[in-house]
Design a protein around this ligand. Structure first.
Ligand SMILES: [Zn+2]
Ligand SMILES: [Zn+2]
Length: 172
């Protein structure tokens, strides 16, 4: 998808549910490098919900998510590739993209879209708590440690205890 990214047509403006909860309108800056998102090649917006309440939100540019993917060990990457390859990627926003469980029945779920400039390009991808736990279980100990270091260095002040950040950001 990333190779095709520059050629993908816009789906429309960024949906209001992916605007920031801490302001009025879309995200403006990357949560890691603080560069203006509109000037980057592309970026992801992720939100984690408990029922209908957003408990975590984050915007990250492609350069920063590539930097984070550098933390993946070969072993973890191979396992993830296999798992993502087998999962049914659907475009429905009302069900988990990976296992198809209905979103309305879930206490916890995370969502993600991919944007370019002011446009929504792909997604939403929805991930249920069970699939997050599966993703997390595919990561090697080494990768988890490297991720933790990366988070501490680049996103200080993250509420790491309550959120499966590794699983959330692995999908970027
Ligand atoms: Zn960035
Ligand atoms: Zn699922």
């Amino acid at each position: 998808m990333r190779e095709l990214f520059p050629f993908l047509p816009p789906q429309g403006p960024i949906p209001p549910e992916f605007h920031t909860e801490c302001g009025d309108g879309p995200f403006v800056k990357c949560g890691v490098c603080a560069e203006e998102l509109a000037l980057r090649v592309g970026y992801s917006i992720v939100k984690e919900h408990r029922w209908d309440r957003c408990i975590f939100e984050f915007a990250i540019c492609f350069d920063c998510s590539d930097d984070l993917s550098g933390c993946l060990s070969e072993d973890s990457e191979a396992k993830l590739r296999e798992w993502f390859g087998h999962s049914e990627l659907g475009g429905a926003s009302d069900a988990c993209t990976f296992c198809g469980v209905e979103a309305a029945t879930l206490e916890r779920l995370s969502t993600r879209i991919i944007c370019r400039g002011d446009d929504w390009i792909a997604g939403p991808e929805v991930c249920c708590g069970d699939c997050e736990a599966t993703i997390e279980s595919l990561l090697s100990k080494e990768t988890k440690g490297d991720y933790e270091d990366w988070f501490k260095e680049h996103i200080p002040g993250l509420p790491t205890s309550d959120i499966d950040l590794e699983a959330l950001l692995t999908r970027l």
